[in-house]
Design a protein around this ligand. Structure first.
Ligand code: CO8
Length: 372
């Protein structure tokens, strides 16, 4: 079977940041305004008073200290509480394509590849800004890539599932070099008025180049030794907005938002993650002590430490299971790729590593890698 490698990676990070302190201050201002405005109903027991958010809770429960966003304006205004930005016309690429272009160029440069080398682009993300024409096809045009492109969505596992699609396309002979981009423009889907989830997400875009080892001339490539994908249906992480929404007489104003039962997700998803990674390690006869790095999905620091401990059989050193949650927050499918992109140096040829995403669906995508 043909050896396939990840030969380059790229990252676009929006310049605007929101610290926990800023986010909590604006949320608590919103709470005060809401409670004042609804004081009569609250005292009559017809409406629940809102409670304050806290930086201590956010950092302890998630490991998040700050997040990057494309549009900061509006998010922190208690009278708005969402990003404010203009709807773009047809001649202007949407934000997700714009982000992808930057990340793609870095990944192509790392992989020593030009547009002429690429014959498939997969845009894989938790939200796709429009159903069609595919964002990836617009990106294809902007990059000047011939061949084909498509969009796909497996929520937080979009990137790893897309890489597995890339591997299959190369092995199946429908592509030679594949560009995968993961533009996660999460902030418009965050309910900044909801204490349980207002702190979770940030915006970012990652990119990877996948190709046969025989065509790779990159410095820091990783061979894909094995892939294991798993899905198992759950309603515990949902978003219900869809193209049929306008047909319904009554639409829930919160329909467009991300919602989850975080505790349940934590408890139900972790065993599946451990099972998937361990099954792939067993299939490839890789022992825990051979693993030099775990680039895990970045949703929650406690979840990552728990998963790493389960896989390694001991507490992970910080450099073994790198975290980017503190400054990026949860960036859906891009999280494990950011960890990979920022912490893929320092491994020797032959060193083994795990790249694994997990999230809504439920979905788990695990790649066993080896430094070339
Ligand atoms: N400030 C203060 N207190 C709070 C806050 C807050 N902001 N929020 C909740 N609390 C309170 C709660 O009310 C609760 O109080 P009480 O005990 O009195 O009822 C207490 O704190 C504990 O609340 P939780 O049980 O909810 O807190 P947890 O310790 O479980 O932490 C987390 C919450 C951080 C959300 C945690 O459960 C978690 O991270 N779980 C894993 C979630 C996960 O991995 N989800 C995957 C989602 S990513 C994904 O799939 C991508 C989807 C698509 C992306 C879409 C882009 C937008």
């Amino acid at each position: 079977m043909q050896n396939i490698v990840i030969s380059g990676s790229g990252l676009f990070t929006p310049s605007a940041t929101i610290s926990n302190e800023e986010l909590v201050a604006s949320f608590n201002q919103y709470v005060d305004l809401f409670n004042q405005h609804n004081a009569e109903q609250i005292s009559a027991g017809q409406c629940d008073a809102l409670e304050y958010s806290s930086c201590e809770f956010i950092e302890k429960a998630s490991g998040i200290k700050s997040r990057h966003v494309l549009y900061k304006e509006g998010i922190l205004d208690p009278a708005i509480m969402h990003p404010v930005f203009e709807k773009r016309d047809e001649a202007t690429p949407p934000e997700m394509v714009e982000m992808a272009l930057v990340a793609a160029k870095e990944a192509m440069e790392q992989a020593n590849k030009t547009a002429a080398d690429i014959d498939l682009i997969i845009c894989a993300a938790s939200n796709i800004q429009r159903p069609y024409p595919a964002l990836s096809i617009e990106l294809q045009q902007l990059l000047g890539v011939t061949g084909y492109a498509f969009d796909m969505n497996v929520a937080c596992s979009s990137a790893t599932f897309a890489i597995s699609n890339a591997v299959n396309a190369i092995r199946g002979g429908t592509a030679r070099v594949v560009l995968v981009v993961n533009p996660e423009f999460a902030s418009p889907q965050v309910d900044y008025k909801n204490r349980d989830s207002h702190f979770i997400f940030g915006d970012v875009c990652t990119a990877t180049i996948i190709e046969a080892q025989s065509s790779c001339n990159a410095d820091n490539a990783f061979k894909i030794l094995g892939m294991r994908l798993k899905t198992s249906f759950s309603n515990n992480i949902r978003c219900d907005i869809g193209y049929t929404e306008h047909c319904f007489a009554e639409t829930d104003p919160k329909v467009a938002f991300f919602k989850q039962q975080g505790r349940k997700v934590f408890k139900e998803l972790l065993p599946i993650v451990a099972e998937v990674i361990q099954a792939e390690m067993a299939a490839l006869d890789i022992s825990p002590d051979q693993l030099k790095r775990l680039w895990l999905h970045q949703a929650n620091i406690n979840m990552n430490v728990f998963a790493a401990k389960k896989i390694l059989g001991r507490d992970p050193l910080p450099e073994e299971a790198p975290l980017v949650l503190d400054s990026y927050a949860n960036t859906a499918s891009a999280g494990s790729i950011i960890a990979f992109h920022k912490h893929k140096t320092g491994l020797n040829a032959g060193d083994k590593a795990v790249l694994c995403s997990f999230g809504a669906g439920y979905s788990v995508g695990c790649l066993l890698l080896e430094r070339c």
